[in-house]
Unconditional design. Structure first.
Ligand SMILES: Nc1ncnc2c1ncn2[C@@H]1O[C@H](COP(=O)(O)OP(=O)(O)O)[C@@H](O)[C@H]1O
Ligand SMILES: [Mg+2]
Lengths: 329, 240
């Protein structure tokens, strides 16, 4: 990542500008509401991060545009929904411990099942279209249709109500500021995932090989590393993160439905483009920008919420065409 | 005379629709440095990348230590003991020097650690910038890192593509020195345009043109033959 001084400064300026921009809504929003909106925005941002980080690293390492990520997201939500169904006693219990047990089991099940789906997807379909973005888009769209149809077959075509674990649904009232607990949980989960990914990428040999592969796949292969095994593993990890995102989102929005991945994937792609393809930190920053913007704008000018993010994406692309944290190829 | 460690026999290769290698034949003898020479675009890098498995061969045979490798994947070929220093050096710029070395180390046992020490003794700058980003190294230091990565494993054959490219003469001398040390441990196939370097380290030469070998022989003979040099290499005076 050879950066000129100008580039480095442009990143710092962009970040400083972003902070100013995010304090700006305080002019139009009462302070307490601003805090509530900020927490909602951070929570939404973290969910976006879970999905976007997978899209980003899969593109960075494998040069694969995976549009099936939205369907994997929905699969995660449905697997979690099923686990909640079995553990409804714990979900509805007035016990933090039992709620967390149900939540954790649902997360593990969703991540494991969807990672397996991801492995099949990569081995059977994606592997055939390495090197061609057009085929990747077509074939992963095709896979999306199949995966969403399978949801209709296994779980039925209708929307279902997702239950929030009882104690998660309550609010904290800190000096008259209402803070929803589940949103705080989402923020913590996102931060933990970010920390674990960074730890793996920076401190383990496997992580080093993945980072090296993002820069130069051929060289990593020529050093004796089985890049295809690495691809499958990273694809599975990305799928598991999408599943976690989908499950967390379904609890957030209190519902699951077969097409739920579609609109979320659009936001995830905006995040990845803002943050820079291949960068995990970029995905986090991009996701928080999108989540916060969405919530502030939705409060101030409800009809402009989605458009505002596309505007931000365009502005950032004009300043830094490769996104905020681009990884050198 | 011992059996060559690498035999390339009538190898053809395409890049896209272009028929780049049109039947390349050469071998690399044990305990020697074999140099591929030839003008830009002759296909030298393509040969090396094809041996490494990075470009598929459409016809012909590549035999390494008695087994055919032309259908194998690059990582399998590397694991058989072939090290590779590509033309662009293939440095992982965002990784530190240490991380670059660790990615290269297939196992981190004692023998590998010893080879690492040997490489770092050879290229002291790498030790100096051990924790620094590889992208911040100078061109010469990057070349040293690229070579160090390739010799840290137990490699029997080393493929090095134009290591002198873009380097200052004094650094070229350091690279020559390094290759002269390396050839005690490993057979070297070197692509080189710089005739000074090619003749300083090479034992055998192959001249390539238009995706084929057009002439081969013992390096000493080429050094002495002004006519051949001017015909194939555009060199009018002996290059030292
Ligand atoms: N990626 C590529 N796409 C198209 N043509 C290529 C590509 N790489 C190399 N070539 C062509 O292959 C021929 C041989 O290239 P190369 O092996 O790099 O030559 P050398 O290393 O001898 O300079 C050249 O004519 C070059 O234009
Ligand atoms: Mg070349």
């Amino acid at each position: 990542m050879e950066e000129t001084i100008f580039k480095r400064w442009s990143r710092e300026l962009t970040i400083a500008g972003a902070i100013v921009l995010f304090l700006l809504p305080l002019i139009g929003i009462p302070g307490k509401t601003y805090i509530t909106l900020t927490i909602a925005g951070l929570a939404m941002g973290m969910l976006l991060f879970l999905v976007a980080s997978g899209v980003s690293i899969i593109f960075g390492l494998m040069d694969v545009l995976n549009f099936a990520h939205g369907a994997l997201f929905a699969w995660g939500a449905y697997v979690g929904f099923t686990v909640f169904g079995y553990l409804m006693k714990w979900v509805e219990a007035d016990s933090v411990l039992q709620n967390f047990a149900a939540f954790s089991l649902a997360i593990v099940a969703a991540m494991v099942v969807v990672a397996l789906v991801g492995i099949v997807l990569e081995r059977v379909i994606v592997r055939r279209v390495y090197g061609s973005h057009l085929f990747q888009i077509l074939i992963t769209f095709g896979a999306t249709i199949v995966l969403v149809e399978l949801i209709r077959v296994f779980w039925g075509p209708n929307d279902e109500v997702m239950t929030v674990p009882l104690t998660f649904s309550r609010n904290w009232d800190i000096m008259d500021v209402i803070i929803n607990r589940y949103r705080v949980i989402c923020i913590v989960v996102g931060l933990v995932v970010y920390g674990v990914i960074q730890l793996i990428l920076k401190k383990t040999k496997l992580g080093m090989i993945v980072r090296a592969g993002v820069e130069d796949r051929d060289m990593v292969q020529a050093m004796g590393h089985n890049i295809f095994l690495l691809f499958t593993g990273v694809f599975a990890a990305g799928a598991a993160l999408a599943a976690l995102g989908g499950l967390a989102m379904s609890i957030f929005s209190l519902q699951v439905y077969p097409d739920m991945g579609g609109s979320f994937l659009l936001f995830a792609f905006i995040v990845v483009i803002i943050g820079g393809l291949g960068s995990i930190t970029g995905s986090l920053v991009g996701a928080l920008i999108v989540g916060l913007t969405y919530n502030y704008v939705a409060y101030l000018v409800p009809w402009a919420a989605a458009g505002a993010n596309i505007m931000i994406m365009i502005i950032i692309l004009l300043i830094r065409p490769t996104g905020l944290f681009s990884v050198g190829k | 005379m011992s059996e060559p460690i690498l035999k390339v026999e009538d190898v053809h290769a395409f890049i896209g629709k272009h028929h780049i290698l049109q039947g390349v034949t050469f071998d690399a003898k044990a305990d020697a440095v074999t140099v591929l020479i030839g003008r830009n675009g002759a296909g030298k890098s393509t040969v090396i990348r094809t041996v490494m498995g990075l470009i598929p061969s459409s016809k012909g045979k590549i035999v390494y230590k008695g087994s055919e490798i032309h259908k194998k994947k690059p990582y399998e070929i590397a694991r058989m003991g072939i090290g590779f220093v590509p033309e662009n050096m293939g440095i992982f710029a965002g990784l530190t020097v240490e991380e670059n070395m660790r990615v290269a180390m297939l196992v981190e046992d004692e023998a590998t650690t010893q080879r690492l020490e040997r490489a770092l003794d050879m290229f002291a700058d790498l030790r100096k910038f051990w924790k620094g980003k590889a992208g911040n190294l100078s061109g010469g230091q990057k070349q040293m890192l690229a070579i160090a990565r390739a010799i840290v494993n137990d490699t029997a054959l080393l493929l090095i593509d134009e290591p002198s490219k873009g380097l200052a003469p004094i650094i070229v001398d350091a690279v020559i020195e390094a290759i002269n040390q390396i050839k005690d441990h490993s057979v070297v196939v070197l692509v080189e345009q710089n005739f000074y370097m090619a003749s300083s380290v090479g034992d055998y030469f192959y001249i390539m043109d238009d995706g084929m070998v057009v002439l081969s022989g013992v390096m000493e003979a080429l050094v002495r033959d002004e006519e051949l040099k001017s015909k194939y290499l555009g060199i009018s005076k002996s290059g030292d």
